[in-house]
Design a binder for this molecule. Structure first.
Ligand code: FAD
Length: 375
């Protein structure tokens, strides 16, 4: 079927929208992609860091994986520490397949790698172009776009991909709800650059009574600390002299997902369809996975199957991140004591450790049938 001639609009040029555009382009479907911002997220203000093995598999046909592997830090160990005592040290390289479970690369960097590859197909986002409304018969949605100069364009598309993030204007316009809950407590993060290179090869979580501080590599001389404790910066044990605090932020965690990931020919992907805690580093990875599945289904003329195929993956990831978040946000002293005893014991059981690593790798969702030998 000559579906390559269908007109496709992608709303949002974050990781999800860019992955959708790239996966479509390499199959000959040149989509229009618009974003309300002026460019990709700044390199120093990256929310997502973790890139899992499933994403590396999905981005291998476009060869973006090759460049990610050159630029990213491989996280070879994941440590859990409580009161200076090492509770567990998990070797994250011991997973099946060609990639270790997780690498770290700032989201802004990943987006620029996707943009670079997309330019090979002469596709570029139209920045400062916002989707304002989606209306009409959703089998041929009418989209209104507002541009930087204030002008408005209305156009009809065969397919609209909503990759416009958690506050998705497209989702609202087509009347899809975003039910779920917000956690009461806030999370805090700070990125520090050190005067000398540090060991970027491991991630660590330090448990307190209550609260936690996670330590993740960003580059060879930048570490991210993420915490449930407002005063966490005073508790950080820096591995080297600090050169500068690069970025700090705080955020509330929501667990939400749409009931249906499509309405007519409008398809929701990434944060527009689901949001959850960063525990497990799944959000951007899941969005890229949505994008790759949707692009494949569109190229096969089977996009009607998208919503049904993706919802189990969304529910799996929300459940996993909810469980991990409950573990790290415990407040009751008895529950904390039990957790600190149980976690090291459980992690000594090979089947339990493998299940955890399977999830961190992103292998707990359906494997992509279009990639030979994919896990
Ligand atoms: C602290 C933190 C840490 C995280 N760590 C990880 C991690 O390690 N690994 C991981 O996988 N995920 C992580 N995440 C989650 C990850 O950041 C998100 O899941 C990811 O950014 C979602 O990508 P997206 O492209 O779907 O949405 P977004 O990144 O939000 O992109 C949406 C795009 O749409 C554009 N847009 C918005 N409205 C419009 C409009 N009306 N018209 C046109 N364009 C519009 C925006 O400008 C934006 O560019 C983390 C999140 C947080 C908060």
């Amino acid at each position: 079927m000559a579906s390559g001639h269908r007109s496709i609009l992608i709303a949002g040029a974050g990781a999800t929208g860019l992955a959708a555009a790239l996966e479509l382009a390499r199959r000959g479907f040149l989509a229009r992609i618009v974003d309300s911002d002026a460019g990709p997220v700044p390199l120093t203000e990256s929310r997502a860091l973790g890139i899992n093995a499933r994403t590396l598999t999905l981005l291998s046909p476009s060869r973006v994986t090759d460049t990610i592997l050159q630029e990213a830090q491989r996280i070879a160990h994941f440590r859990i520490v409580s009161k200076g005592r090492l509770l567990a040290d998990i070797d994250t390289t011991r997973v099946p397949g060609p990639y270790s479970a997780i690498h770290a690369l700032a989201q802004g960097h990943t987006e620029r790698l996707l943009l670079g590859k997309l330019s090979d197909y002469e596709v570029a986002p139209e920045w400062q172009t916002a989707v304002e409304t989606v209306s009409g018969d959703l089998s041929k949605p009418r989209v209104t776009l507002r541009k930087a100069d204030g002008s408005v364009e209305a156009a009809d598309f065969d397919i609209v991909v909503a990759a416009d993030g958690a506050h998705s204007a497209v989702r609202r316009a087509v009347g899809i709800g975003f039910p779920g809950q917000a956690l009461e407590s806030s999370f805090y993060l700070a990125d520090f650059r050190y005067a000398v290179p540090i060991d970027p090869g491991f991630a660590e979580i330090s448990l307190f009574d209550p609260g936690m501080i996670g330590r993740l590599p960003v580059t060879r001389d930048v570490l991210r600390y993420i915490s449930t404790l407002p005063d966490f910066e005073s508790r950080i044990q820096h591995p080297a002299p600090v050169a500068e605090r690069v970025w700090a932020s705080d955020f509330r965690i929501h667990f939400r997902h749409v009931a249906m990931m499509a309405r007519g020919n409008v398809f929701l992907a990434g944060d527009a369809a689901h949001i959850h805690s960063p525990a497990g580093a799944r959000g951007m990875n899941l969005g890229i996975e949505d994008a790759c599945w949707l692009a494949w289904l569109i190229s096969e003329g089977r996009e009607r199957e998208y919503a049904g195929l993706r919802m189990p993956a969304v529910k799996t990831v929300l459940k996993q991140t909810h469980q991990l978040t409950s573990l790290i946000t415990m407040k009751h002293p008895v529950a904390i004591a039990i957790r600190n005893l149980a976690v090291p014991l459980l992690l000594r059981i090979p089947a339990f450790r493998q299940k955890l690593l399977h999830g961190v790798s992103g292998y707990d969702t359906q494997s992509p049938p279009w990639i030979d030998g994919a896990l």
